[in-house]
Design a protein around this ligand. Structure first.
Ligand SMILES: [Zn+2]
Ligand SMILES: [Zn+2]
Length: 368
């Protein structure tokens, strides 16, 4: 193996990140690959433990019954408590493969999905790759969520072990700039599921995106909805910079709306946003909520949903399942996803840049 010790970005405490050294990961199973990330996006969810004193508040909230106790089953009984290796959205170069790896080749540029999955269990075969029954026990199996989510570490690192490499790693098509698909392993795929399948069911539908909390996902969703020929896409956000990015994709920037929509994306990551999203649905409408709603009670307006015959979709995204279609779409159309990156920083600057209060951070360095 070419690395002995490797650098890995850790969240130490609120707002504090640092490089830590760890032993270089090695091929442990013939199906493993070792990859070297060279582009990493900051997932919208990572801003929660970075910018808010979330760990202690979550524990207290669970104890008081105001936070749903299932939070502990997603990323451990003490969620987001530093220090832990953070980061789970990257494009990487394959640097080593195990003896049983047949499809992935050393030197190839690949997207690494945020959740670790096997590709052959019944959940994976249904497309629920983030709920893989081989890799997932009590919590998620994922990069960058701490030890409770497995031994995988974070992807803002010099080397990362990827099991089931032939299934997990999806090559970036030739001609697609890697920076364009920086978020394909998580946030861009999350946006994809919120608008592309619903628009497939309802071609030419009207779309509303309520942005803000899941800041980059809302913008990717607005852009993808325009590119998939929604009748129109309204984008609501209090942030003028994000409204401009949404407008650049062809969405209509707004600060308020009173219309009813066939498809609504709730990306404010707030219970009030969820209620507003549901109340914005036209009859038969579909709402996908991509945020975290931690409270034990969110007052979802069920009678309103009954009256409008609404569908609410909520849950983690299954990035691996969406990646082939997503990458083929980007290759075919040149969809300018890089427009969402409001801060592109050098890899060595990760501890400072990753903490920035901005919509989307992308780290980059040269591939080998
Ligand atoms: Zn994420
Ligand atoms: Zn599986």
């Amino acid at each position: 193996m070419m690395f002995r010790r490797v650098r890995e970005l850790h969240l130490i405490g609120r707002g504090r990140l640092a490089w830590r050294e760890r032993e270089a990961p090695t091929v442990q199973d013939p199906g493993d690959a070792i990859v070297r990330p060279f582009i990493a996006g900051r997932c919208d969810g990572d801003t929660l433990p970075i910018h808010r004193p979330v760990s202690r508040a979550l524990q207290a909230g669970v104890a008081l019954g105001v936070i749903d106790p299932v939070v502990g089953c997603i990323c451990g009984s003490v969620p987001f408590k530093g220090p832990f290796a953070i980061g789970h959205e990257c494009v990487a170069q394959v640097v080593a493969v195990g003896a049983a790896v047949e499809r992935v080749r050393v030197g190839e540029t690949v997207v690494v999905p945020w959740a670790v999955s096997c590709g052959s269990c019944s959940q994976c075969l249904r497309g629920l790759t983030s709920k893989c029954s081989t890799t997932t026990s009590r919590t998620l199996a994922a990069y960058g969520f701490g030890a409770a989510s497995g031994p995988w570490g974070g992807v803002v690192a010099d080397a990362v072990r990827v099991p089931f490499a032939d299934h997990m790693l999806v090559p970036v098509p030739a001609g697609v700039p890697p920076l364009r698909v920086a978020a394909a392993g998580d946030n861009l795929a999350d946006a994809w599921r919120s608008v592309v399948p619903p628009l497939g069911e309802r071609p030419g539908a009207s779309v509303l995106v309520i942005g803000g909390g899941a800041a980059s996902i809302g913008l990717y969703a607005a852009g993808l909805a325009v590119a998939h020929e929604a009748a129109f896409v309204d984008y609501v956000d209090g942030d003028p910079g994000r409204r401009l990015i949404a407008e650049s994709f062809g969405a209509r920037p707004m600060t308020a709306t009173s219309a009813a929509y066939d498809i609504v994306v709730e990306a404010s990551s707030r219970a009030a946003g969820l209620r507003r999203a549901i109340r914005s649905l036209a009859p038969g409408g579909i709402c996908t909520a991509v945020g975290f709603y931690l409270a034990a009670g969110t007052r979802v307006p069920l009678m309103r949903m009954y009256a409008t015959d609404a569908t609410l979709r909520i849950g983690v995204s299954h990035a691996r399942a969406a990646l082939p279609d997503l990458l083929a779409f980007v290759e075919r159309t040149g969809f300018a996803a890089e427009r969402v990156a409001t801060l592109t920083a050098g890899w060595d600057d990760a501890p400072r840049a990753y903490a920035a209060r901005t919509t989307k951070v992308v780290l980059q360095r040269d591939p080998l």
